[in-house]
Design a protein around this ligand. Structure first.
Ligand code: ACO
Length: 329
C-alpha cells in the first residue's frame, strides 16, 4: 500500500544556521582555491560555521524551538525525539537526548540515526511509521550537522563544500499541516567507501595518537556526483509513479543542497524547469542532513513555498543512502 493511506502531517518547520559565515574569499586565505573555482563547480558562495562551544545539539534545539512554535505545540507534548546526524556531539549520549534536555522535554523516546545527507527524508519515513503504530504520538524530528568540525581544512577537494546547520519538524497523525503523501528510502552499502567520516571505533585510537586523514570527510567527488544524480532522479520518479503522479503535478522540487550541478542534472532528468527547483546552497553550502529542512524553512520564509503546493523532496548521501518524499502544503 502506498503510504498516503496513513495519515501523517508535518505540522511545523524550523531551521537554524550559526551566525559565523565563511565566504569563499575567506577560504582563499588559507587553502589553495578560488571563489571562481568554487562557484563555477558547486554554486556555493559561503557556509555557516558553529561557534566554539556551540554544538550540533545546540543548533538542533534552536531549530526545534522554532518548529514547535510553528506547530503551536509545547515541548511537553512531544512523545518522540528522533534526530538525524552524521556529526553527533558524542558517540554517547545521543544528540536527541541532549536536545530533549535543552528543550525541557521529559520522558520521550529519544534516539539518533545516521543516513548522512538523506537523514531528514529517512526521518520522515520513521516518523510516519511511529504515528501509524501510535496515532497519538507527537514526533519531533531534528536534523543537525557540525560538519565544519570534521573537515580537513588543508584538503581543498572537500573543505569548500560543507557547512553547519539544523532543521526540525513536528509530525503527528492529525491536525493542520503539510500532508506527507508518500516517502521512499533506499541505500547501497557496497558504495559506502566513496564518502566517509571516520572517528568511530573502526580505527582504535589510543590515548595520545594523532588523528589520521580518515578522521575527516573523505570523498570521491566524481563518483558521488554520478550516483547522486542517477539515484535522486530514479527514486523521485518511483515515488511519483506509485502515486499516479508526474512532475507536472509538482509545484516545487526541493533537492538536497550539495552541488548546483547535481541539482541541475536531477532537474533535467526529471524534466522540472529551473524556476520550480529550489536552491539555497550558495548561502549555506552542503549541510548534509540539515539541508532539506533548512531549504523547506527558507523556501517558506522567502514566499517561494506557499500553501496548496505539492513539493517533491529528493536526497542523496553517504552510505550511500537516498530518498524522495511528497509533501502537500
Ligand atoms: N579549488 C581549486 N581547485 C580544486 C579544488 C578547489 N576547491 N578542488 C579540486 N580542485 C582541482 C583538482 O585538484 C583538479 O585539479 P587537477 O586537474 O590539476 O588534478 C581540478 O580542480 C578538477 O578536480 P575534479 O575533482 O575533477 O573537479 P570536479 O569538476 O569533479 O568537481 C566536485 C569536484 C565539486 C567535488 C564534484 O566532483 C562534485 O560536486 N561532486 C559531488 C560531490 C558532492 O557534492 N558531494 C557532497 C557530499 S555528498 C552528498 O552530499 C551526497
Amino acid at each position: 500500500t502506498a503510504s498516503r493511506d496513513i495519515a501523517c502531517r508535518v505540522r511545523g518547520f524550523g531551521a537554524y544556521t550559526p551566525v559565523d559565515v565563511l565566504t569563499n574569499f575567506d577560504l582563499e586565505k588559507f587553502v589553495e582555491t578560488t571563489d571562481e573555482w568554487i562557484t563555477t563547480r558547486t554554486g556555493i558562495r559561503q557556509r555557516h560555521r558553529l561557534a566554539e562551544g556551540q554544538n550540533a545539539s545546540d543548533a538542533a534545539a534552536e531549530a526545534a524551538r522554532l518548529a514547535l512554535a510553528d506547530s503551536g505545540m509545547e515541548p511537553g507534548e512531544i512523545t518522540h525525539v528522533i534526530n538525524a546526524t552524521c556529526t553527533p556531539d558524542y558517540l554517547c549520549p545521543n544528540t536527541a537526548c541532549l536536545v530533549e534536555a535543552k528543550l525541557g522535554i521529559m520522558g520521550a523516546m529519544a534516539f539518533d540515526f545516521n543516513a548522512a545527507c538523506s537523514g531528514y527524508v529517512y526521518g520522515l519515513s520513521m516518523a510516519r511509521a511511529i504515528v501509524a503504530a501510535q496515532p497519538e504520538a507527537r514526533v519531533l524530528l531534528t536534523a543537525t550537522e557540525a560538519l565544519t568540525r570534521r573537515l580537513n581544512w588543508a584538503d581543498r577537494t572537500t573543505c569548500v563544500l560543507f557547512g553547519d546547520g539544523a532543521g526540525a519538524s513536528v509530525i503527528t497523525a492529525d491536525g493542520e499541516g503539510a500532508l506527507l503523501e508518500d516517502v521512499l528510502c533506499a541505500s547501497d552499502g557496497n558504495l559506502g567507501g566513496l564518502l566517509t567520516i571516520g572517528g568511530g571505533t573502526h580505527t582504535p585510537y589510543a590515548k595520545g595518537d594523532p588523528v589520521g586523514d580518515d578522521f575527516f570527510v573523505q570523498m570521491n567527488g566524481r563518483d558521488v556526483f554520478k550516483h547522486a544524480v542517477r539515484n535522486m532522479a530514479a527514486i523521485s520518479q518511483d515515488v511519483l509513479a506509485r502515486n499516479g503522479l508526474t512532475t507536472d503535478d509538482v509545484a516545487l522540487l526541493i533537492p538536497h543542497q550539495a552541488n548546483l550541478r547535481i541539482i541541475e542534472a536531477v532537474g533535467d532528468r526529471l524534466g522540472v524547469p529551473a524556476e520550480r527547483v529550489f536552491v539555497n546552497l550558495h548561502e549555506f553550502g552542503n549541510t548534509s542532513a540539515a539541508s532539506v529542512p533548512l531549504a523547506i524553512a527558507d523556501a517558506r520564509a522567502k514566499g517561494v513555498l506557499r500553501p496548496g503546493m505539492r513539493v517533491l523532496l529528493a536526497t542523496f548521501g553517504g552510505g550511500f543512502t537516498w530518498g524522495a518524499a511528497l509533501l502537500h502544503f
